[in-house]
Design a binder for this molecule. Structure first.
Ligand code: NI
Length: 258
């Protein structure tokens, strides 16, 4: 069985001591493809190097994370994203979006960065990988405004309700990214996902964060996509094989990676 981890930050310092075994363990577990969302210009080099070392397994995205949107550096960071997109091959623009959990004072410039990067994605005909935290309505309003038949993407680490999910699938070419939160007791994501067709779902770990049960508290790794897939199989009442097959098909359809 093969799985795709559509969102994993394997280039971060949490992996610097044992990245080769992390990747080999993932591959040995059937997770042969890992998609890497960028954070900011400070992480680009490490991400690109890892993707060059594992060209069959690791695929980079380019974007500025909303938590790294700062007034003093925004212009420089957006020019970096734009320049990298011009000169290199990426599978998506990400991760981009809005985060009102850590800092509400930067909402205006976060919106500016989000819209700007959606436009870059359209220009380069790439899907967008969206981060939202306590900002779902603000973020989806922007996507609805800029949406057209060529725009596609994923709301990564989806934790909303059925109405939120419907609003995403109504966009046309957008998926819900399902990660470790699905395995958390009392998070309630399982009740929502029970109501959503598998054709809208892709799998992700968001490593090193959001480690699934029973490894909560430890560093997350791409091989734990199996624990998320297992939980999804339980929630949907289907086999693990079916989860692998459908979520891979969805991920390939979105990111165009074979
Ligand atoms: Ni992320």
């Amino acid at each position: 069985m093969k799985f795709i981890d559509t969102h994993t930050h394997l280039f971060l310092k949490q992996f610097s001591g044992d990245i080769d075994s992390v990747i080999n363990n993932a591959i040995a577990s059937g997770v042969s493809k890992m998609f890497l969302p960028n954070i900011s210009s400070s992480t680009t080099k490490a991400m690109m190097e890892l993707c060059r070392k594992y060209p069959e397994n690791c695929f980079p995205m380019m974007g500025l994370h909303p938590c790294d949107v700062k007034k003093e550096s925004l212009e420089k960071e957006l020019l970096h994203v734009e320049g990298m997109l011009e000169k290199n091959k990426f599978i998506a623009v990400g991760e981009i979006g809005l985060d009102l959990y850590w800092d509400k004072t930067t909402l205006d410039i976060q919106k500016e960065a989000f819209e700007n990067q959606i436009k870059l994605a359209k220009k380069h005909q790439l899907p967008i990988v969206i981060h939202v935290r306590e900002s779902f309505n603000e973020a989806i309003e922007i996507v609805e405004k800029l949406n057209d038949e060529n725009l596609s993407g994923v709301f990564h680490c989806f934790t909303g309700d059925v109405r939120d999910a419907k609003r995403i699938t109504d966009l046309g070419n957008f998926y819900l990214g399902i990660g470790g939160v699905l395995t958390f007791k009392n998070a309630g994501v399982d009740k929502t996902i029970k109501e959503i067709d598998l054709k809208h779902l892709i799998l992700e770990t968001d490593s090193p964060y959001l480690t699934p049960t029973p490894f909560r508290g430890k560093r997350n790794e791409s091989k734990y996509i199996l624990n998320i897939a297992q939980k999804l199989a339980e929630v949907k009442g289907v086999s693990l094989e079916e989860i692998a097959e459908i979520t891979n098909k969805n991920a390939i359809n979105l990111f165009k990676i074979l």
